[in-house]
Ligand binder design. Structure first.
Ligand code: SF4
Length: 368
């Protein structure tokens, strides 16, 4: 890999390819550091098309760090709803407050200062430094890893220490090449990986860097990058109670320090050994809220994925029994909200699916 990527010529080909083929993305119009930051965080674990849509809406609502810092957490979580990994949204909000308090509302143009902001790790700091400020910092996402695994015909997974260190050393050296713009080069590599050197069916036939590609020469393109051993999937089964009273539904807001902190949900939790979904829904409702309910009817079962977890969520609609108010044990606050008002609140994926099913099924009697 070192031989083939040490070429000044390689960097020049990537930069000119990028100039001719770059996608017109909203954050590329100004390279405003705030735009670059938000786009980078959104793009983690999110497809480009989806990130662009979220980005546009976000910038209408929160055009700068000062506006963002003044927004309630609930509004920010709602704008993030559907992107998952809600700690990212909470960290963005915290970072915006620091930017206003300590940096005049602007992102600092220093790597270490960026790293000091909540939620900004070395990857995001490097991306902001190179893409917003055009400074020589390495940015190697999955597209770049795949491209270099093939260029160097690397026989080990790119996440392994040695391969990753080689990649970073090579990229750092290339970024020092005279005349290379870090902004253009880094984006060019990521874009090239995303559009040409794709996971399946890479465009080797027309590839402008084919002469540098060892995997192409060796006929091993389909074997690169070498995959890491797959982590085992973990199945989780949960159940929740959707309590109705006088046309309104009970929702509660999770504590801020847990994984979906600040999001809203129907009371529920994991099944215990030997417990049925119905028993779990009844138990969780009482344990979390001390509410009593009757007439539990199975509603829907939905499945969603979170990192390596597959969560099966059962739900039961029930009627409030008695007048006693809730005593919260797993949430910071609660609301009684009509179905059509739930769209004002941010929910985790499984609960959002349940709400969509309720909206589509006014009688709410289905069980699939
Ligand atoms: Fe990727 Fe094929 Fe080009 Fe090699 S020749 S860099 S595998 S597109």
């Amino acid at each position: 890999m070192k031989d083939c990527t040490g070429h000044k010529e390689f960097a020049a080909v990537i930069c000119s390819w990028f100039a001719a083929n770059r996608r017109d993305l909203p954050w590329r119009r100004t390279y405003d550091p705030y735009h670059v930051w938000i786009s980078e965080v959104m793009l983690q674990q999110t497809q480009m098309d989806r990130a662009v849509e979220y980005f546009k809406v976000w910038m209408e609502r929160f055009p700068d760090a000062a506006t963002l810092a003044g927004a309630p957490e609930q509004t920010v979580l709602k704008a993030w709803e559907g992107l998952g990994y809600y700690s990212r949204a909470r960290n963005i909000l915290k970072a915006a407050a620091v930017l206003v308090a300590e940096h005049g509302g602007r992102l600092p143009a220093e790597f270490d200062a960026l790293r000091g902001l909540p939620g900004i790790g070395p990857y995001t700091a490097g991306a902001i430094m190179s893409i917003a400020y055009d400074r020589p910092y390495v940015v190697a996402d999955a597209n770049v890893e795949r491209l270099f695994a093939r260029l160097g015909d690397v026989g080990s997974p790119m996440k392994e220490k040695v391969a990753r260190r080689d990649l970073e050393t090579t990229l750092a050296a290339m970024l020092q090449t005279k005349g290379v713009s870090p902004r253009e080069f880094n984006q060019g590599l990521m874009e090239f990986g995303a559009l040409v050197c794709t996971p399946q069916n890479p465009g080797c036939g027309e590839c402008p860097v084919r002469r540098f590609c060892r995997a192409f020469a060796a006929g091993t393109v389909a074997l690169r990058p070498v995959k890491r051993k797959k982590e085992q999937r973990i199945d989780i089964v949960m159940s929740c109670a959707i309590v109705e009273d006088k046309g309104k539904l009970f929702i509660q807001q999770r504590m801020s320090d847990d994984i979906w902190g600040g999001l809203w949900e129907f009371p529920g939790g994991r099944l215990k050994d030997g417990e049925s979904p119905l028993e779990a829904a009844r138990r969780e409702l009482y344990e979390e809220t001390e509410l009593r309910a009757v007439d539990f009817r199975p509603f829907a079962t939905v499945i969603h994925h979170y990192t390596r977890y597959r969560v099966t969520l059962h739900s039961f609609i029930c009627a409030l029994d008695g007048k006693a108010g809730p005593k919260l044990h797993a949430a910071q606050q609660y609301r009684w909200v009509p179905l059509e008002g739930l769209s004002e609140y941010a929910f985790p994926s499984g609960h959002r699916q349940l709400i969509a099913k309720m909206m589509a099924s006014p009688s709410r009697q289905s069980s699939s």
